[in-house]
Design a protein around this ligand. Structure first.
Ligand code: GAP
Length: 443
């Protein structure tokens, strides 16, 4: 994959972001005290806020602001019948090759040169590719026999399809309407990597939009445009985000059209989200396998049909990482390097930090009171350790849009100094109007 133009993406950005994530409590390698567990990560005190904000921003635009989409939270564990019908047991495979020289394992379709081992350089030493199924298999209950086999879901999508009738019958919706879900998915990836970009346990944000068959192309185009715009609206730079239609040989077994929203990562353009026109493949497959009718009777036209599905499928963990990379900026202020994360206010982990200028009770008392007031409205940090300069630098690296300093004058004038993360300008704001001041700037 071609590396991006260094004027657009700093060649060291990846290492810088991974370092910052560990140093400031965004993401920790999982099970670190036991030597780590490959490709699993834990989200720390700041990372969990970032991830929640990404999911909340998605939910807000996909569910809260729409009357034609409802939410769902389906089970992670499922019986084999779901995955037989969906095609995952037969088709959800990657081509695996072993290098007979160094015994390393590779995903054939991801190799730059399918004849050369990237580990030892041996040429022509790969085994014949074999289809490796990515599903995590387990057993439900105490007996590990074939009747107890269950799978961890590899995508949230199937939960929406198998609940189609439940939702249709209880929500008073009719096509075009959607079911949205956020949750963990699991894939036994052969080559996880690039930090949280490809992991075996990750979070997805998916929506299945059920439409009359003749309207499918219209809604496919609508969702491609809408989803691209979502990233732009939340601070992604236009030159680092694009929509790429799949070639015919890239299409999944169910798809008659797919476009990826791609982001320009430090290693080049790569997927953030896929928008697929899935036709009526899923509802038909589950209807045939279960014997349940999964269709819609349109009383206006007296017609019964199986809706077609348009699916915008994004990764929450992957998107959080892309927002981190896009937000990362280094500047120089008075000869010193300044690192700042310029998150969109909705994505920023903390919205404001309350910083009493000294640790004296005369300041920390009212500053704590101010924290309590603001925390009712926004996710806030409170920090009274170290110099004010170091505290500003820390908040810059967390991407906090506003730092609020409570100083000795505040005791008398009932006002605080508010520092803007991006302009670094400082403004004196009365405590009484602070909630409104911040609310107006955090939209
Ligand atoms: N239901 C369709 C579906 O799951 P997908 O392209 O396989 O489509 C959708 O996954 C999104 O989920 C991807 O665009 C990506 O953001 C995220 N994703 C998929 N596999 C992932 C992995 N192993 N680690 C992190 N995110 C992943």
């Amino acid at each position: 994959m071609a590396e991006p133009d260094p004027s657009l993406v700093d060649p060291n950005l990846f290492d810088k972001v991974v370092n910052l994530c560990k140093r400031r409590g965004f993401v920790f390698p999982s099970a670190e005290i036991y030597g780590g567990f490959r490709s699993t990560y834990d989200y720390g005190p700041i990372g969990v806020l970032l991830l929640r904000n990404v999911k909340e921003a998605w939910w807000r635009s996909m569910v809260q602001l729409r009357h034609d989409v409802v939410g769902l939270d389906a089970a992670i564990l499922g019986p084999p019948q779901i995955w037989e019908a969906s095609g995952h047991l037969a088709n959800f495979t990657d081509p695996l090759v072993d290098c007979t020289n160094c015994q390393s394992r590779w995903r054939l379709d991801k190799l730059d040169d399918p004849n050369t081992c990237p580990n030892c350089g041996a040429v022509g030493k790969f085994t014949e590719p074999r289809a490796f199924n990515l599903m995590f298999k387990t057993h439900a209950g105490p007996v590990e026999d074939s009747g107890a086999v269950a799978y961890l879901r590899p995508e949230t999508a199937q939960g929406m399809f198998i609940n189609f009738s439940n939702v249709l019958n209880t929500s008073r919706k009719k096509p075009p309407f959607g079911i949205a879900q956020i949750g963990k998915s699991f894939r036994n990836e052969i080559t996880p990597g690039n930090f949280v970009f490809r992991t075996r346990e990750f979070e997805q944000m998916e929506m299945e939009f059920f439409v009359p068959p003749e309207d499918a192309q219209h809604w496919y185009e609508y969702w491609c445009a809408t989803r691209l715009q979502w990233y732009l609206d939340h601070g992604m730079p236009a030159e680092q985000i694009r929509l790429r239609p799949h070639d015919a040989d890239e299409l999944s077994h169910y798809s008659s059209g797919t476009s990826d929203v791609e982001y320009l990562y430090p290693w080049g353009w790569d997927e953030l989200e896929g928008i697929a026109n899935r036709g009526n493949f899923d509802l038909t497959a589950h209807s045939n396998a279960s014997g349940e009718k999964l269709d819609y009777f349109d009383q206006a036209t007296n017609e019964r049909y199986i809706p077609h599905v348009i699916e915008p499928a994004a990764g929450a963990t992957r998107t959080a990482m892309a927002f981190l990379m896009a937000a990362y900026h280094e500047t120089e202020v008075r000869g010193e390097k300044r690192t700042v994360l310029r998150f969109h206010p909705r994505i920023a982990p903390y919205k404001a930090a309350i910083l009493p200028l000294s640790k004296k009770a005369e300041l920390t008392g009212p500053a704590t009171e101010l924290f309590r007031t603001l925390a009712n409205h926004f996710m806030c940090d409170y920090d009274e350790t170290q110099s004010i300069g170091k505290r500003y630098a820390r908040q810059d690296e967390l991407g906090t849009p506003f730092c609020i300093t409570y100083d000795f004058d505040s005791v008398d004038d009932q006002a605080v100094t508010v520092r803007d993360r991006d302009t670094m300008e400082q403004e004196r704001v009365p405590v009484a109007g602070l909630v409104e001041y911040l609310a107006a700037r955090l939209v």
